[in-house]
Design a protein around this ligand. Structure first.
Ligand SMILES: *[C@@H]1O[C@H](CO)[C@@H](O)[C@H](O)[C@H]1NC(C)=O
Ligand SMILES: *[C@@H]1O[C@H](CO)[C@@H](O)[C@H](O)[C@H]1NC(C)=O
Length: 512
């Protein structure tokens, strides 16, 4: 190991020591590493610590004081660093009216936040290539990271450094493939030079005998502006596929339209990081018969807040939402766009969405990206390995449909959120339990109530086996500690309002 790498590890260890985390365990929590003022000055921590964490695959979350309530916390989808500054995209938000409701005419509210204090908001009607407006502003930001590490080895070095020509200059591909087979999350660092680079997670990962390749979908086109980044004015989705063979394939589609903005490939050098805080909970055959583990254990883990990942034939993808009904688990898998091969998108790309259930049933639908054109649906059977994350999720609160605490207390939940925690919740809808993860959260009533918004759910049928509806809609939801479950429904691939509803439900809340 070079002394340069050693000093990087030491920096990471110091960040952890400084904020009191135990090092390299799945119990590592979210660390507040930095507070930047609206002019980009440092009010707490160090920018270098955030950059070191990002360079090692850390997940980044942020908190701002205002934005539609009395405090706002969100996840980020990717991060970029340059000249001592970090910018991250936070895309998972659609327009709200007030802290706990939807706008009647819903638009995407894409945000880029930067340690320079710069914030760019770009607003596009859902299902249309129509910009509502954009705003350049500055704001004070609190930055949280959670290290993305190999918890068994207790260190944070890449499992593989792959060069443009596909050779490895550190680690090896088999170790990476083994980690993926055992449920690991993977992220890659694309180092441009010593001063700048890009960190991306993956929406799904595939392995064959030659390569490990990941696909990522949640990035909107951006442009450099001095030391910070803005969205491009004519925004497109920048879908990417990265492989250990050194290839990067890029498929670009106008936001809200099936307009091809270019499909190209190049070669990149990458550092691959794995987070192995996942374990197999249950494996069954194509008819839903037990092979390994236990379905009850899987269900119990899900109802206690754990994230869920599905692996079939060395293809790994996390569930965007999970349903438990009639004793079966059904994962909705939305993070996939059609592939021509393990390393390349199809030219004429479509969404490839699936429901996978513990009965072995798979329901697949295909829609052109940015349009309502259906490219064919089918049903099949498959053997499935279900993984759950092994990070500790704490049940901090249950609320009744009238919004009173029936377990725990609301301030405990809100304290955790203000400290950067992720949030998952189980909504009790009659015989159905729907498990969602918050994309963004707003506080209100003097910081005593919380509203969580979740973006990635597509409408499904009420059959015994969960299936996508025909003419499906995005099922955006806002769930509050007052017992509200509000939805806003928009046709997939069109700016067509399908209504919405406002229900009351009992909810269990979990933080991490
Ligand atoms: C691949 O690239 C690396 C780094 O640029 C170099 O050290 C190595 O010799 C190359 N390997 C082959 C087979 O060309
Ligand atoms: C709620 O939890 C907080 C700790 O976050 C504690 O200080 C407070 O006393 C609790 N309130 C009630 C009513 O249990």
């Amino acid at each position: 190991m070079t002394s340069g790498m050693l000093s990087v590890f030491c920096t990471i260890c110091m960040i952890l020591a400084q904020y009191g985390s135990s090092h390299g365990k799945c119990t590592d929590g979210w660390n507040k590493v930095l507070v930047t003022s609206s002019s980009g000055s440092v009010l707490f921590g160090q920018k270098a610590n955030l950059i070191e964490a990002v360079k090692h695959g850390a997940e980044v979350r942020f908190y701002v004081d205002a934005w539609g309530g009395e405090g706002y916390l969100s996840s980020t989808q990717n991060a970029f660093f340059k000249n001592g500054e970090v910018c991250a995209q936070a895309l998972m938000h659609v327009s709200k009216s007030g802290w706990n409701g939807f706008h009647s005419n819903v638009y995407w509210w894409f945000v880029i936040i930067c340690t320079t204090g710069n914030v760019h908001m770009s607003r596009w009607y859902v299902g249309a290539h129509t910009k509502v407006s954009e705003t350049q502003t500055t704001v004070q930001i609190t930055w949280f990271v959670r290290l993305f590490g190999n918890c068994e080895l207790g260190d944070f070095k890449p499992l593989l450094c792959s060069e443009k020509n596909g050779s490895a200059t550190c680690g090896n591909k088999n170790a990476l493939a083994d980690a993926v087979d055992n449920g690991a999350d993977v992220r890659v660092l694309n180092h441009f030079n010593s001063q700048s680079g890009y960190m991306t997670p993956f929406s799904n990962i595939d392995i064959n005998s030659n390569v490990v390749a990941g696909q990522y979908l949640w990035h909107v086109s951006q442009t450099h502006s001095g030391n910070h980044i803005d969205f491009q004015s004519d925004a497109y989705w920048w879908f990417t596929m990265w492989s250990t063979g050194g290839t990067r394939d890029m498929s670009r589609w106008s936001v809200g339209s099936h307009q091809d903005r270019g499909h190209t490939s190049d070669k990149v050098a990458l550092e691959w990081f794995a987070d192995t805080c996942w374990t197999l909970a249950y494996k069954h055959d194509r008819n839903g018969a037990n092979i390994k583990g236990s379905k009850d254990y899987l269900k119990s883990a899900i109802l206690n807040g754990h994230r869920v990942k599905v692996i079939r034939n060395r293809y790994s993808i996390e569930a965007d939402n999970v349903q438990i009904k009639n004793g079966e688990v059904s994962a909705q898998l939305l993070g996939h766009v059609s592939k021509a091969s393990i390393q390349k998108f199809q030219d004429n790309a479509y969404w490839f969405w699936q429901h996978v259930s513990t009965t072995g049933d798979v329901n697949t639908v295909r829609y052109n990206v940015g349009s309502k054109t259906n490219r064919g649906n089918d049903d099949s059977k498959t053997e499935v390995s279900w993984f759950i994350d092994t990070r500790p999720w704490t049940h901090v609160l249950s609320t009744s449909s009238s919004g009173t605490a029936t377990f725990g207390n609301k301030s405990k939940l809100i304290d955790a959120i203000k400290a950067g925690s992720m949030l998952r919740f189980v909504i009790h809808l009659g015989g159905e339990k729907l498990v969602l993860q918050a994309d963004n959260m707003a506080l209100n009533n003097g910081g005593t109530e919380l509203a969580a918004q979740t973006i990635r759910t597509i409408s499904y049928t009420n059959d015994k086996i969960r299936k996508f509806q025909s003419n499906p809609y995005w099922y955006f939801s806002i769930v509050t500690t007052q017992g509200d479950v509000k939805t806003s429904k928009w046709t997939v691939g069109d700016h067509e309002n399908r209504g919405g509803d406002s229900k009351k439900a009992a909810i269990d809340w979990f933080v991490n």
